[in-house]
Ligand binder design. Structure first.
Ligand SMILES: [Zn+2]
Length: 75
């Protein structure tokens, strides 16, 4: 699967990337953290980081003999 095809599997918004710190990038929401005090933080990752995380997932799946399914970060 090409990088563009992997990126097309996600929804993109303008947000800061939690992983590399780049601000106001096209980013996809990976998770939401709620604190005991009631604050809610959304974690977004930029396209560059999404591709790195997908590559790590693929390597991990191959190592474990599992099926790699791109587009499921944060799912
Ligand atoms: Zn990033």
């Amino acid at each position: 699967m090409t990088p563009d095809a992997i990126l097309a599997l996600y929804r993109w918004v303008a947000a800061d990337c939690f992983r590399c710190g780049r601000a106001r990038r096209h980013a996809t929401r990976l998770d939401v953290i709620s604190t005991p005090s009631g604050h809610i933080y959304e974690l977004h990752a930029c396209g560059h980081c999404v591709l790195e995380l997908e590559e790590e997932r693929q390597i991990h799946a191959e190592r474990c003999g599992a099926v790699y399914r791109p587009g499921t970060l944060g799912a």
